[in-house]
Design a protein around this ligand. Structure first.
Ligand code: ADP
Length: 531
């Protein structure tokens, strides 16, 4: 008889047979095949034991075979079964035997079938044995399922514990970070109480504003992340240009970049890239990445912001020459409260939520963000991918409305000041279409000069610009003879009260957030001059 002949059935349901002769074997096998039971014929007890260990529904063998098991391999295989398993053995015995063969009488799941065997009885015993085996499999599956559930529960519990620990750490950090600015603010108040010296008071006030600003930023970030997590943050989606979002971000991050003496290199596509996005939120994304690069790069480093289009996606990367990120942290760096445990993180006063915010905002825009670093000391690259929209050629009903109203309005001389050429040119174009005479300047110095020669009635003044910023340019213009004539409106990506206050202090008549709402602009133009 061959070692074994493969069965047709499933491994778990196999009938293993060790019969006295090859003829017996073949006969049994063909009958079992006929009723859909898969049978494996084994050549000897060792072969049967091997097959049993591999999985079977029932074993059919003779008492002589069992008696010949001197090495005890069958006993061993039966003993090695898992707790749920009690494989049925059908032993063909001679009439004179009572009970099972010696080794299994008590412990094994044995059915004795007297020889000579009647096929009908054998089949019924086999089927009953397979049924009992199936019950065992149900218990096995049930146990496995319970184990899986327990493992999943353990995993969840561990994750909850870890997040709880993180939250505790975070609360401690938050308390610390919020308390830090309080001491200088309290000192500042004392100074104000103790001196009338305007210079000292001014310095103290500026310091307090800085510290307060820091606290406000921390709290704003915290609120934003929690709003995103609770799906409570809504985006003000309009069609914006990538350049506007980036320039607004640069405006925000510039002080930190300049203070650390870093070089910022910008590489944006020449063609305008349009996005359906919330300008302020997208600017916040890039500002966070730029600020991180500035914070986590040694003095005098290099930050490169690159944008390129890939089909209908724009890929913006912020790359720095900084301290890098250890590979183990890359996977979790966007998690809430995640910080690489280095002294610099502790000294920068961050909370480890900026990148969670970045990820949340990018995903709300239908994009993705990823981090890469070759490791400590080798710089980091953060890459944001966002869907773009094709350039819209037709004019929206709002714009049409704006256009007709502007046509009816008086023709003005308008100076548009913006270091972003696309922004400046598109705004100038629009204002010309409204029937105005328009000139353009690209930085504060140029703006002061054009204001003197072109004599605009209205100046739209970008705030963050190279050489001289918009607020300083406004001050210079106002100081010159006739400088109080033009209406000056500050344009920035940020419309917070502090920004409005600053632009008003510098001499602006109004403050508009980009992208400019045409109706708002019109209202400002029609408003009486500075109060
Ligand atoms: P934080 O307020 O700590 O800066 P973030 O969520 O913005 O919080 O960043 C999380 C952590 O990621 C930082 O604490 C820092 O360890 C690491 N990280 C972020 N950006 C950079 C970068 N450009 N270079 C190196 N490490 C960075």
């Amino acid at each position: 008889m061959p070692e074994h002949v493969t069965s047709t059935g499933h491994q778990d349901e196999r009938v293993l047979a060790l019969l006295p002769t090859a003829r017996d074997g073949e006969r049994v096998r063909s009958i079992l095949d006929g009723v859909g039971l898969g049978c494996v014929l084994c050549s000897d007890l060792a072969a049967l034991c091997r097959e049993l260990a591999a999985g079977a529904g029932v074993a059919l063998l003779t008492e002589e075979a069992v008696a010949a098991d001197r090495s005890g391999c069958l006993t061993e295989v039966l003993r090695a079964q898992p707790a749920w398993s009690d494989v049925p053995l059908i032993i063909l015995a001679r009439k004179r035997m009572d009970g099972g063969p010696a080794p299994f009488r008590e412990s094994a799941n044995v059915s004795l079938v007297e020889r000579p065997v009647r096929m009908r009885s054998l089949l019924s015993v086999l089927r009953a044995a397979l049924r009992s085996r199936r019950h065992q499999y149900q218990i096995r599956d049930h146990l496995a399922e319970r184990e899986r559930q327990e493992a999943a529960l353990r995993e969840k519990e561990e994750a909850l514990r870890a997040s709880d620990r993180k939250k505790d750490d975070f609360l401690a950090l938050l308390a610390h970070e919020l308390r830090n600015p309080l001491a200088p603010i309290r000192n500042g108040l004392q100074v104000l109480r103790l001196t009338d010296d305007p210079e000292v008071r001014e310095r103290s006030q500026q310091m307090m504003e800085r510290q307060l600003g820091h606290m406000v930023r921390l709290i704003d970030d915290l609120l934003d992340v929690s709003r995103i997590n609770r799906n409570k943050l809504t985006l003000q989606i309009t069609q914006i240009s990538l350049a506007d979002a980036v320039s607004s971000a640069v405006e925000t991050a510039r002080p930190v970049i300049d203070a650390a003496g870093h070089e910022l290199i910008m590489n944006l596509p020449a063609e305008p890239v349009r996005l359906d996005a919330d300008l302020t939120r997208l600017a916040q994304v890039f500002a966070n990445l730029l600020t991180n690069s500035a914070k986590y790069t040694e003095r005098g480093g290099r930050i490169v912001l690159t944008g390129r289009c890939e089909g209908d996606t724009v890929v913006v990367s912020v790359q720095d020459s900084g301290i890098g990120i250890p590979v183990d942290y890359l996977r979790t760096i966007f998690d809430m409260f995640s910080q690489v445990d280095r002294s610099i993180e502790r000294s920068t006063g961050g909370l480890g939520i900026g990148l969670a915010l970045v990820k949340g905002l990018v995903e709300m825009h239908g994009g993705t963000v990823s981090a890469a670093s070759e490791g400590p000391g080798r710089g980091s690259t953060f890459t944001v991918r966002l869907p773009t929209v094709p350039i819209r050629a037709e004019v929206s009903p709002d714009q049409q409305k704006g256009r007709s109203e502007f046509h009816e309005g008086p023709k003005r001389r308008i100076l548009v000041v913006d270091d972003n050429q696309d922004s400046a040119e598109s705004m100038a174009e629009m204002l010309r279409l409204f029937g105005n005479e328009v000139d353009v300047a690209h930085d504060g110095v140029e703006a002061v000069e054009r204001a003197g020669t072109f004599r605009p009635q209205l100046i739209l003044m970008d705030v963050g610009m190279p050489r001289m910023n918009g607020l300083d340019a406004t001050r210079h213009i106002r100081e010159k003879p006739g400088g109080d004539e033009p209406t000056i409106i500050a344009l920035t990506g940020w419309g917070q009260d502090s920004d409005r206050r600053l632009s008003k202090q510098a001499g602006c008549d109004g403050h508009l957030t980009k992208p400019v709402d045409i109706d708002e602009l019109r209202r400002l133009l029609e408003a009486p001059k500075r109060t």
